[in-house]
Write a protein that binds this ligand. Structure first.
Ligand SMILES: *[C@@H]1O[C@H](CO)[C@@H](O)[C@H](O)[C@H]1NC(C)=O
Ligand SMILES: *[C@@H]1O[C@H](CO)[C@@H](O)[C@H](O)[C@H]1NC(C)=O
Length: 527
C-alpha cells in the first residue's frame, strides 16, 4: 500500500528466515543509497558535541546485529544523539488518554500554552526543555530530524532556504559553529520520499550583515517544515507523514506559531485547511518563494514524532503526553464533528440502527459482491452506507463520523478511522498474500491507539480473485512469502493491484455481529 513498504519490508519479522548475508547486503545497499540521496550533513564546529551512531530498527530481531554492523562501518554519517531523557517534560496535558472530553482536552492544552508563555522562559520551546543557548538538532529519530533554536533567528526561504540563528550568549568567538542541513519531512528513512523534499539549513552565526536586515519582525515562534515526500499520494501518507507529526509539533503553541511550508502544494494545503487553521492563527508562508528576511526569537525546523511508526504516537515519548486519542479529538474539533461516542442504547431504543460504512475501492482490492454484503449487513441489523473515500474531507469526515462501524479492504481509505467516534469499530479485511505486517502496522496498531475497537478478517483462497489469474499450485497460493521476496514490484502488482475480494458473507457475518456486540458492551459500560 504505502510506497515505503519496499524498505520496511526488508526489516519485517517474516524475513528473519533470510540468510544473514542477504540481509546485510540489502541493508547495506539501502543505507548507502540513503546516505547518498538523503544527504544528511552534519558539519562539526568547535563545540564539543556528543556524537554517537544510533540506528533505530524497531521491526525485527535483527536489530542488534544491524546496529552492531552499522556501528562497525566507519564511513557512516554521524548521528547527533540527544539524550531522550533530557527532552522529557513535566507538562501533563492529555496524559490520561481518552479520559476527558474534547473541551477538557482543549482546556488542558490551553492551560499548558498559557504556562509556556507566562513563564516566558526562552529555554522552553513548546514544552520542551532544551539545554541553554545552543541551537541544536536531534537527528536520532528514524522518522524525522528536528532542530530548535532561539535567539536572533533570521529566515530566508527563497533560493537558499536558510535559517540563521545568532544565539543570545554566543560563547565561541569564531563566526558560527556547526550547521545542520535536514529535510524537514517525517519520512526520513525513505529515500524515495526524501528525493521530493527540499533541504533546509540551520546555521548559527555570530552576527548579521546588511544583507540579512529584518523585513518583518515576529514575536511568535516559527515552524519550518516540508510537505514534499509522499504527501498527496494517499490519505495514509498525508496523515502519517505530515498531519500527525504536525499536530505533535505545532499544537503545543496554541495557534501562536508562524508556519513556513516548503514544497507547498496549494491543493494539498487547501484540502487540509481546517487542520492548518486550527494549528495556527496566521496565514501560511510559502517558504520556497519567500524572499523576505523574517526575524523570530524561536524556531523549530522539522516535525517531531514521538513514535517512529507512521500514524502512531507514543504518549510516553511525547513531551505533552499526546496520544492518538488526542489527535482524533483534535481532528473532530478541527472538522466540527459532533459524535465523540457511538450509538447509545437510548438512540437504539428510539429506532436508530447502528451505522456501518462499507468503503468500496474503485480500482484495486475492490469488493466484487457489494450488494450481497449490504444485504447481509442489513439482515444483521445495520443501517448501511456504501461509499468510496472522497477528496472533500470536510464533507466525508462528517459521513464517517456518523457511523459506528467502518469496514474496508486494507488500503489508505481506512485512515478515515480518524474521523470515527472514540470506541467505534473498525473491521480491516486483509487480502490474500500474508499481508499481516502491513495490516498491523498501518491500521491495527493505530486503531488501538485511537481507542477504536479493531476486528481483522483475513480472506481465504476462495475469496480472492487471484484464483482467476493463477493456478492453485502457484507460489501465490502455496508460498506467498516467496512473492514478497521477489521485491516490491512483483509483490505489489500481485497482492495489491491484481487482487479483488469476493467476500464469503457467511464466513464474514460473525464479524459484523461481533461489532454489534462490542457496541452494546460499551453501551452497558457507559451506563
Ligand atoms: C542521559 O540520561 C541518563 C539518564 O538520565 C543520564 O544518566 C546521562 O548522564 C545522560 N547522558 C547525557 C549525555 O546527557
Ligand atoms: C526589527 O527589529 C529590529 C531590532 O529590534 C529593528 O532594528 C528593525 O527596524 C525591525 N524591523 C522592522 C521591519 O520592524
Amino acid at each position: 500500500m504505502a510506497k515505503g513498504f519496499r524498505n520496511l519490508n526488508r526489516a519485517k519479522p517474516q524475513n528473519c528466515g533470510v540468510g544473514l548475508l542477504a540481509v546485510f547486503i540489502l541493508v547495506s545497499l539501502t543505507y548507502l543509497t540513503m546516505s547518498r540521496t538523503n544527504k544528511m550533513r552534519v558539519s562539526m564546529g568547535k563545540q564539543s558535541l556528543s556524537v554517537s551512531l544510533s540506528i533505530t530498527c524497531p521491526y525485527s530481531s535483527f536489530c542488534l546485529f544491524i546496529t552492531h554492523w552499522f556501528s562497525a562501518s566507519s564511513q557512516l554519517v554521524p548521528v547527533l544523539s540527544v539524550n531522550s531523557t533530557s527532552i522529557r517534560s513535566d507538562a501533563s496535558a492529555g496524559q490520561e488518554e481518552g479520559s476527558h472530553k474534547e473541551e477538557e482536552f482543549e482546556k488542558s492544552s490551553s492551560v499548558h500554552h498559557a504556562e509556556i508563555s507566562a513563564r516566558s522562559s526562552p529555554n522552553e520551546l513548546g514544552g520542551m526543555k532544551l539545554e541553554k543557548k545552543q541551537p541544536r538538532c536531534d537527528l536520532s529519530n528514524r522518522k524525522s530530524d528536528v532542530c530548535e533554536a532561539e535567539g536572533d533567528v533570521r529566515i530566508i526561504g527563497k533560493d537558499t532556504r536558510m535559517v540563521y540563528v545568532s544565539p543570545p550568549q554566543w560563547a565561541d568567538n569564531k563566526e558560527g559553529g556547526e550547521s545542520w542541513t535536514i529535510k524537514p519531512y517525517a519520512r526520513k528513512w525513505d529515500v524515495g520520499s526524501g528525493a521530493h523534499v527540499r533541504e533546509v539549513t540551520l546555521k548559527p552565526v555570530k552576527s548579521y550583515g546588511d544583507d540579512t536586515r529584518c523585513s518583518v519582525n515576529y514575536s511568535i515562534p516559527a515552524l519550518v517544515f516540508a510537505i514534499g515526500g509522499w504527501s498527496g499520494i494517499n490519505f495514509f501518507h498525508d496523515f502519517g507523514d505530515v498531519l500527525v507529526p504536525l499536530f505533535q509539533t505545532a499544537y503545543p503553541f496554541g495557534g501562536e506559531v508562524q508556519l513556513l511550508v516548503a514544497n507547498k502544494k496549494p491543493g494539498w494545503v487547501e484540502k487540509y485547511k481546517l487542520y492548518f487553521q486550527k494549528l495556527s492563527k496566521y496565514e501560511i508562508i510559502e517558504f520556497d518563494k519567500d524572499d523576505a528576511v523574517r526575524c523570530f526569537k524561536q524556531v523549530t525546523v522539522g516535525l517531531r514524532c514521538s513514535s517512529i511508526e507512521d500514524f502512531q504516537i507514543e504518549p510516553s515519548k511525547s513531551p505533552q503526553g499526546y496520544s492518538m486519542v488526542d489527535f482524533a479529538k483534535f481532528t473532530r474539533s478541527a472538522f466540527s464533528l459532533e459524535r465523540d461516542r457511538p450509538i447509545s442504547r437510548g438512540e437504539e431504543k428510539a429506532g436508530k440502527k447502528p451505522r456501518l460504512m462499507i468503503i468500496t475501492r474503485a480500482r484495486t482490492r475492490k469488493f466484487m459482491n457489494v450488494e450481497e454484503i449490504v444485504e447481509m449487513a442489513k439482515e444483521a441489523g445495520y443501517d448501511v452506507v456504501v461509499t468510496e473515500a472522497s477528496e472533500d474531507i470536510a464533507e466525508f469526515s462528517r459521513i464517517v463520523n456518523s457511523c459506528d462501524v467502518l469496514m474496508g479492504v486494507h488500503g489508505s481509505a481506512l485512515t478515515n478511522m480518524v474521523f470515527l467516534p472514540t470506541n467505534a469499530v473498525v473491521i480491516q479485511v486483509v487480502p490474500w498474500g500474508n499481508l499481516d505486517w502491513i495490516a498491523g502496522h498501518y491500521f491495527r496498531e493505530p486503531s488501538k491507539q485511537m481507542k477504536v475497537s479493531y476486528l481483522e478478517y483475513s480472506i481465504n483462497e476462495e475469496e480472492t480473485t487471484l484464483t482467476e489469474l493463477y493456478p492453485r499450485d502457484h507460489a501465490v497460493f502455496k508460498d506467498p512469502m516467496s512473492v514478497h521476496h521477489q521485491g516490491w514490484d512483483t509483490f505489489s502488482r500481485i497482492f495489491l493491484k491484481e487482487q479483488n475480494v469476493r467476500l464469503d458473507v457467511e464466513r464474514f457475518r460473525p464479524f459484523l455481529e461481533r461489532a454489534l456486540s462490542i457496541l452494546r458492551e460499551q453501551q452497558r459500560e457507559r451506563e
